[in-house]
Structures are given as structure tokens and as C-alpha cells.
Ligand binder design. Structure first.
Ligand code: 5RP
Length: 292
């Protein structure tokens, strides 16, 4: 099982520097692939629609996932509700490339996340801070994404989560070894993983940013803050011209440190999704608060 976990972690490294796009049908999956996405996330509704329509958001119809798997050659990810063991078994049976145990869907279990070591397929999980990331990695996640606030078109939470994570990692690298156990206790993080981050100055798995990225500049910002790639959903398919915006976000993610390329790819790509101020979202509708 540990060999499998190492393999899965290495597999996720291959996505580095890339954009993973939420897609809800074959046409969108093809747009994503042609734009240069490194993977697609197959789901029935992008987070902005999940937010708008309300109700319980569940794993997508396997038929839709299969159609997308047949239509593209890049990896296909799909989401399960937090703690939903059977949805994860179904996605593994469908041979998706990654499972996202996602707070964007309505949690199935309000106490326990999945034991991801019980599966062969790699998992990606959301986190707002280092403690949460290390708990998910301890459960067997092969990839982390900061949560942001999905479906808002507002990057502020993604920035906050990435800055928190990077600041906590930096702080650990300066911490005297006798303080690490107390840190582990206070952050609810496995001690061995805390020691590893303190030694290496980075997470033991690849770390992407997600939630609210809506422009090429947003994607580049997350990369400059230390992200190793980005997930974009609503920001592309709720914009005026998804094809142009998808291509621009891919290029901006690759050339995140080159303002002249960023200026060029940001122009003439049509209107961005409208977006929401975080103040408009009541606390009970904050998706990032789901999970622990
Ligand atoms: O949930 C996700 C990752 O699991 C989405 O891919 C991501 O959060 C999309 O958010 P947005 O719609 O704001 O781009």
C-alpha cells in the first residue's frame, strides 16, 4: 500500500505547472484539452451553479464521467462527497485518474474524511492551512489544493489560504526540534509529517490553488504565492468566452513571472464572470468551512 502511495504522489508531480479545469460535458472537456489543461474535473455543475441552485450536491452521473473519459486523452478527475466511501468505490470502479474528496459537494459525513489509503486511485483534497493539509496527507491524499471559496469568482480566499499555508511552512523550517510535537498537537497534524515539512520546507505532495480564480492574472498571482498549479471551474465556463479565457489562463500559469506575457494574454478575452464579494455570502454557505 505504501508503494502505491509513493507512486500516486509521483504521478501527481506530473501535473505541476498546469491548469485543471472543471467541465460538465464533452464539449467543455474538449475545450479544456485544446486549451492545454493538464487534466479535467468531470462534474455536473460548476461551483457557481451549485451555489446558485442549492440542494444536495452529489457525485456526478457515471454516464457523464464515462463520456468525458472517452472524449479526452488527458487525466479525468471526479468528485466525491467528504466521507462518502461508496461514491469513492464507484469512481474507482470507473477508473477515473484522480478522486477529489471535495467540500464543493455536500458532505456525506460531518466527522470523518475518507481513509484514502484504502483505495488504489490517487486522491486530491482541499485545505485551508497546513494542519488540515497534513491531516489529509496522513489519510493518504496524494495531492492538496488550497480551498479558496469556489464559485465566487473572487480570489481573496484562495490568496488567504495559500498565504497561510506558505507562512506556516516557513515558520516550521525555523522551529527548534523540541517544539515540533507541541506544534503537531496544536495543529492536529501527524507528528512525522510535521517533522518532514520542517526538514524539507515544503509539503510532501504537490500543492495547487483552487476556488475563485477567474482571470489569467489571478492564476499567475496564485503561482507567485507558491502554488504549483491551479484548478479553475466557474471562472472559465461562466465567462463570456470560455475558449479564449481557458487558453489565456493556461499561458498565464506557465508564464506567471513574465508581466509582458501576462499583459498580452489578459487582453481581448471577453468579460470575466461577475463574481461575488465574500460579504454577500452568509457563513453557512461558505464551502471552505466544510471538512476539518
Ligand atoms: O472544487 C474544485 C476543486 O475540487 C474546483 O475545481 C475549484 O474549486 C473550482 O472553483 P471555481 O469554480 O471557483 O473555479
Amino acid at each position: 500500500m505504501d508503494e502505491r502511495l509513493t507512486l500516486n504522489k509521483n504521478l501527481a508531480q506530473m501535473l505541476k505547472g498546469g491548469v485543471i479545469m472543471d467541465v460538465t460535458n464533452v464539449a467543455q472537456a474538449k475545450i479544456a484539452q485544446e486549451a492545454g489543461a493538464v487534466a479535467v474535473m468531470a462534474l455536473e455543475r460548476v461551483p457557481a451553479d451549485i451555489r446558485k441552485q442549492g440542494g444536495v450536491a452529489r457525485m456526478s452521473d457515471p454516464k457523464m464521467i464515462r463520456e468525458i473519459q472517452e472524449a479526452v486523452t488527458i487525466p479525468v478527475m471526479a468528485k466525491v462527497r467528504i466521507g462518502h466511501i461508496v461514491e469513492a468505490q464507484i469512481l474507482e470502479a470507473l477508473a477515473v485518474d484522480y478522486i477529489d474528496e471535495s467540500e464543493v459537494l455536500t458532505p456525506a459525513d460531518d466527522a470523518y474524511h475518507l481513509d484514502k489509503r484504502a483505495f488504489k486511485v490517487p486522491f486530491v483534497c482541499g485545505a485551508r492551512n497546513l494542519g488540515e493539509a497534513l491531516r489529509r496527507i496522513g489519510e493518504g491524499a496524494s495531492m492538496i489544493r488550497t480551498k479558496g471559496e469556489a464559485g465566487t469568482g473572487n480570489v481573496v480566499e484562495a490568496v488567504r489560504h495559500m498565504r497561510t499555508m506558505m507562512a506556516e511552512i516557513r515558520a516550521l523550517t525555523h522551529m527548534p526540534s523540541e517544539e515540533l510535537m507541541t506544534y503537531a498537537k496544536e495543529h492536529g497534524a501527524p507528528y512525522e509529517l510535521v517533522c518532514q515539512v520542517a526538514r524539507e520546507g515544503k509539503l510532501p505532495v504537490v500543492n495547487f490553488a483552487a476556488g475563485g480564480i477567474a482571470t489569467p492574472a489571478d492564476a499567475a498571482l496564485m503561482m507567485q504565492l507558491g502554488s504549483e498549479g491551479v484548478f479553475v471551474g466557474s471562472g472559465i465556463f461562466k465567462s463570456a468566452d470560455p475558449e479564449k479565457r481557458a487558453r489565456a489562463i493556461v499561458k498565464a500559469t506557465a508564464f506567471y513571472n513574465d508581466p509582458s506575457v501576462l499583459a498580452q494574454v489578459s487582453q481581448g478575452i471577453g468579460e470575466a464572470m461577475k463574481g461575488k464579494d465574500l460579504g454577500e455570502i452568509p457563513p453557512e454557505e461558505r464551502l471552505a468551512e466544510r471538512g476539518w
